[in-house]
Design a protein around this ligand. Sequence first.
Ligand SMILES: *Cc1c(COP(=O)(O)O)cnc(C)c1O
Length: 383
Amino acid sequence: MIKKRIFTPGPTPIHPDASITMAGPALHHRKSEFKEIFRQTLANLKAIYKTTHDVLLFSSSGTGAMESAVVNLLSPGARVLVGSAGKFGERWEALCRQYGMRSTVIRKEYGDSIGADEIAAHLEKDPQIEAVFVQGCESSTGAAMDLQEIGRVVARFPNTLSVVDAITTLGAAPLHTDEWKLDVVIGGSQKAFMIPPGLAFVSVSPRAWEKSRQSQTLRYYFDWKREQENQSKNQSAFTPAVNLVQALHQATRFILQDGVDDLVANASLLARMTQQAAQAWGFPLFARNPAPALTAIAIPPPLDAEALVADLHKSFGAAVAGGQGEMKGKIVRIAHLGYYDAIDLLGLLGAIECALSRLRRGHELGAGVAAALRVLADSRNTS
Ligand SMILES: *Cc1c(COP(=O)(O)O)cnc(C)c1O
């Protein structure tokens, strides 16, 4: 008997309420029943974002919303600052390059974070930089950035917008869009939102709207203004992924029952359990400032991280992520964001113990699980 389980930092497990609604009859996207679902879903997204500004919804993967930020905010030749310390930072670089922006890149080693002080130093040198692009969590390395500080620094520069890929931050780490003065915050459905891939979100501050009116970059599907005009009437400009919106409606209701802070605390607990397990196994964490959304564990040679990933999949039906690019074979990544609980994680850590006892001699079976259990038991005694 093997059950399939997914532990990757996107896609993540689907909430049962979302699965049930997706199996129901098709709704038409211009009829009142769907419009009401759409309206409530946008309102729920704003509550999760902690914003009173617009949150636009697109039927695309997260990268679509990232691209929408570049084309709606900037004209070709605009000077921008990009923080890059992993595969998703490199995606910001590629997007800005593709649209002819002139980028300055703060490049850090994989596993490092981008510091607000480094951003401040660049902006002081060149206050005409029009936008700063960062991740809240660089999912390829498991590193967290300090978005509160980054928001505070960028807000000091009246000509500069902060644009955050928060695809693995929303619902996984604290995020206060308005209070932290983040101009554009991007989310994706297949991460903490507990539904399949196919929807992306983008919040737009008044300052970002102002800027978007001046952008000369060509755009059609991802035009924010047309989308906002439609969404203010509880519709989208084009046919949305109707069943995914219904799923998101259910999932956001579930999230808001206990509140997004509860979901964030859950990810944080699972992250701490995993971090302690890694330490007990003698494996370092890959990120110097690890994020709660996922834990990237460095697997030292002669062990091969890909062999561990393969054994977990074959013997236990558990899909964990390996490393991308140069990190392949060197790390495994375990997700905590979204619909996971302690039993899910304890099962996975147990399976990793089994796999390790096959892959390395003298593995002390149970040390990692015991360390994780101590974190769990402590948290239950104090709450
Ligand atoms: C998953 C993810 C994305 C989005 O990727 P898509 O495949 O386009 O949905 C972007 N940034 C980060 C940090 C991610 O984790």
